[in-house]
Write a protein that binds this ligand. Sequence first.
Ligand SMILES: Cc1ncc(COP(=O)(O)O)c(C=O)c1O
Length: 468
Amino acid sequence: MSQRHSATITARAGIAQDPAYGAVTPPLYLSSTFALPAFKQPGRYDYSRSNNPNRDLLGDALAELEGGARAIVTNTGMSACLLALQLLTPADTLVIPHDCYGGSYRLFLNLAQRKQAFKLVIVNFLKDDWAAQVQAAAPKMIWVETPSNPLLQITDIVAVAAVSRALSAYLVVDNTFLSPILQNPIALGADLVVHSTTKYLNGHSDIVGGALICKDAAIGDELKWWANCLGVTGSAFDAHQTLRGLRTLLPRIKAHERNAAAVVAFLQQEPLVAQLYYPGLASHPGHQIAKTQQQGFGGMVSFDLAADATYLPVFFAALQCFTLAQSLGGIESLICHPGTMTHASMDAAAQATAGIGPTLIRLSVGIEDERDLIADLAQAFAAVRAAIAKSGEDVGRDHTASQKTLSHETPSKPPIAVSAPVAEHAAVATEPVQPRRSGNGSIVVHDTQVTDDSTASWHNNPALCAFW
Ligand SMILES: Cc1ncc(COP(=O)(O)O)c(C=O)c1O
């Protein structure tokens, strides 16, 4: 059969492939080990860390969806990131964007600084001279996250791929925010695609997982070897659940998008929204690129509340349909405060550089009825208005059209001090990382030494207990 369409790939993922009994939906192989047919004769499967039928079904579907030769299914999105980094040595340079998921940023920074695993250069891909900065860094790998978490900034994958090809560097694209339904980085020139399958691919917020899809079979085989060696492969149960979720990916994504567009239209006319970040808006700086490289704008929306950060608790407490929680991409609507939640692992300076302000709010718009979502937001904004009125504060600010147009500038207010991380996977708020600005505007961090004192302070930080 010729190349299948994504609706068919997803709906038929793992269907009617059971060699034992012809089960239409795949059975779950929980076995950790598989019998050898005879001495020194390996069977198709031997040990589930290396290979497992459920993981293979999911991997095959993801490779086909992303147009890659191999897909390695990992136990978290972070381990998929870690796996890609196995292609680097301490002599190599990794270029990362200045704004990306806080956990990815933490991984890059700490591997570079504390393990000297590679040299790290942070580049703002929105600056006109980004290509010169990347070329000056002479990287072995370029990491792109587009749309970015949480500001939904768009990076031109085709343009970065041209630079990476000329440098013989690997281009890795984190495609978590869109899924292969809305963006196919390999077709745009990427070598590797990362997913947190925890998000849209599974879609039901009931597993944690990841995937690394490789364009090239030999690189895929090498990274598959590393996945087994490191022990980062995903469990059979999680693969089974994710494959189940994957079958409805296309209709779910459409529903997320429809609702996100309705929520954006509502937020556009809300006076308590200072800035709105959604690539579907014509005023978004990355709108034209998004239109070219994406098949839709997705279900993620961020905005700055046009009130003091002290009113955030009022806003969050009033919500009934949006749940205040980490993560995204599930069928249920979630809301989060990136500064103290998903991006708490970035220190205040890094947050300010990335443009994450104290009143930034991120929505993962679910598939509930859009009228209920809008009504929920409306009453939460009303609660903030009432609280402001009660406090007698003069907040009758005139939020002019220019303030409400999309902007990716760093907000003028200083970022909040990140003192109270609220989730264990976002808990590293006090890392003593001191990136240095190089002559050409990029940020170089690989030569910053961590002192014994600062290491001790990490160990003494109760927020970090889960990590030691
Ligand atoms: C863009 C992005 N990449 C990677 C990850 C890490 O995924 P996981 O939480 O599954 O380890 C996340 C998590 O939020 C993310 O948003």
